[in-house]
Every structure is written in structure tokens, then in C-alpha cells.
Design a binder for this molecule. Structure first.
Ligand SMILES: CC(C)(COP(=O)(O)OP(=O)(O)OC[C@H]1O[C@@H](n2cnc3c(N)ncnc32)[C@H](O)[C@@H]1OP(=O)(O)O)[C@@H](O)C(=O)NCCC(=O)NCCS
Length: 226
């Protein structure tokens, strides 16, 4: 583990760090995340939409940052919430989101709650990873894996039994399934996904090729290898 000493990891627990992490996530998603870059969502729009949500989540103490020790720069972040809290205000009748990826992900979350998960959703049962990114110059150095392992560990410490995530990247799919023991459940293929909330039959990711996007569930309790 050659990179362990190079990076420090900590909970995002203050506004200054939250702002820097939001900037990082907005820029990396806008440039490198599959659906966001395909739809050409500007980093500034993402930043404006994400900052209030990330500020609201500080009290949950489930989100982590990675700092590059030699430079002091924050180079990675993963944001998580209690799925119950995230989902409790969701309404299937709400208007379409500004960007379709949000509605696609909400549809997958609904499939998880109503089809994949055989329990009633309660507070402090399922932690939900909203998004995460590593600065492009620091990828491939275990930062993303360690951040996600820390979120899972912190969720376990807080009493959560599961972590749910949806992934659009082969690297995160590998991390969650091969390194953290997650199981794939329902999937949505963006290339055939119809933006139902928009109501015009549009298929905004028709040309956005790549793997289908799965719900991945990680069981945190000791019988996780059943
Ligand atoms: C995806 C991302 C988070 C990965 O972060 P990272 O810090 O490079 O992750 P790590 O170095 O810990 O691990 C990457 C792992 O994925 C593997 N990997 C990389 N590319 C892969 C691919 N195309 N297919 C399968 N596995 C792949 C690596 O081999 C490594 O696994 P290993 O440790 O077993 O060798 C980062 O590239 C990123 O932020 N991308 C832009 C935003 C984004 O797409 N976020 C995720 C949305 S779901």
C-alpha cells in the first residue's frame, strides 16, 4: 500500500471543506463523469445545486475527504446520506429535474426500495452514497477505494446495516463489487432509458454508451458473505 502515507482521510465536518469538496465534485463530474459530461452540465450549475445539499449533510458525518499531504490539497471526496432522509420527501409526481441524470438515479432508487430491498426502509438502516470523485491527477492511487471503504466503515459504526450506491464508472463498479463486496441489483441502461417525467418520450442518453447503471448494495453486518 505505497500510497497510504501520501494521503490523509477525514470526515467533512465544516463549511470551508464542504465548499472545496463541492468545487472538486462539480469540476470532476462535469469533465469526467459519464452522464454529466455527456449532457454537458456546467461545473458552476452543479456547484450551485450541490452546495446546499452537501452543507445540509455535514451533521450526518458520513461524508469523507482525502487530502494530499505534501501539497495540502483536497483531492478526493465522497458524499453520503441516510437513504431514508434522502427519500422521504421524494414524490413520483414532482416535476422533472433540471438534468435527466437526477431522475434516472431517482428511478433506480425507487426500484431499490420497492423491488430490490425486502425490508421496509427505516432511518439509520441504509446509508446512501450520492456521489464521489478523485481529482484526475490523483486517480489510480487507491484514494477512491479508501474513501469509499471509510464511508462504509463509518456507516457501520453509526449502526447502518447497508450501503446503497449507483455507479456509472467501471472503476467504481470494481471498487464496490470486487473490493467492498457489494451485490448488483436492478440496472438501468441509459441508452434505452426514457425520461418519463419529462413526458415527451425523449431518450436523453441514447448515444451515451457504456455499461448499464446498477444499484449496488453492500451489506455491513457480519453475515455479509452469505
Ligand atoms: C472513478 C474514480 C472515483 C476512481 O477513483 P480512484 O481514486 O482512481 O480509485 P482507486 O485508485 O481507489 O481505484 C480504482 C480501481 O478501479 C480499477 N479500475 C480503473 N479503471 C477500471 C476499469 N475501466 N474497469 C475496471 N476497473 C477499473 C483500478 O484498477 C482500481 O482497482 P484496484 O485497486 O483493484 O487495482 C475517479 O476516476 C473519478 O473521480 N472519476 C470521475 C467522477 C466519477 O466518475 N465518479 C464516479 C461516479 S460513479
Amino acid at each position: 500500500m505505497a500510497y497510504i502515507e501520501e494521503y490523509a482521510y477525514e470526515i467533512i465536518d465544516n463549511m470551508d471543506d464542504a465548499r472545496i469538496c463541492t468545487q472538486l465534485l462539480a469540476e470532476e463530474f462535469s469533465q469526467h463523469e459519464r452522464l454529466t459530461s455527456f449532457y454537458k452540465i456546467p461545473a458552476q450549475s452543479l456547484f450551485d445545486a450541490l452546495l446546499p445539499r452537501i452543507k445540509d449533510l455535514l451533521g450526518q458525518r458520513l461524508s469523507f475527504l482525502a487530502q494530499h499531504r505534501p501539497s495540502g490539497e483536497i483531492v478526493g471526496a465522497v458524499i453520503a446520506d441516510d437513504l431514508y432522509e434522502k427519500h422521504k420527501n421524494y414524490s413520483p409526481d414532482s416535476p422533472p429535474a433540471t438534468y435527466p441524470s437526477r431522475d434516472l438515479v431517482n428511478e433506480l432508487t425507487n426500484q431499490f426500495i420497492h423491488n430490490d430491498f425486502d425490508q421496509e426502509l427505516k432511518p439509520h438502516l441504509v446509508a446512501y452514497i450520492l456521489l464521489g470523485a478523485t481529482r484526475a491527477q490523483h486517480t489510480g492511487k487507491d484514494v477512491g477505494s479508501r474513501l469509499r471503504a471509510m464511508v462504509c466503515n463509518q456507516a457501520r459504526i453509526q449502526g447502518f446495516q447497508y450501503v446503497l450506491v449507483q455507479v456509472s464508472s467501471p472503476a467504481t463498479r470494481h471498487i464496490y463489487t470486487k473490493k467492498l463486496g457489494g451485490k448488483e441489483l436492478s440496472v438501468i441502461d441509459p441508452t434505452t432509458w426514457i425520461w418519463k417525467k419529462k413526458g415527451d418520450g425523449s431518450c436523453p442518453f441514447k448515444e451515451c454508451h457504456g455499461d448499464p447503471i446498477p444499484n449496488i448494495l453492500i451489506r455491513l453486518t457480519s453475515d455479509s458473505n452469505e
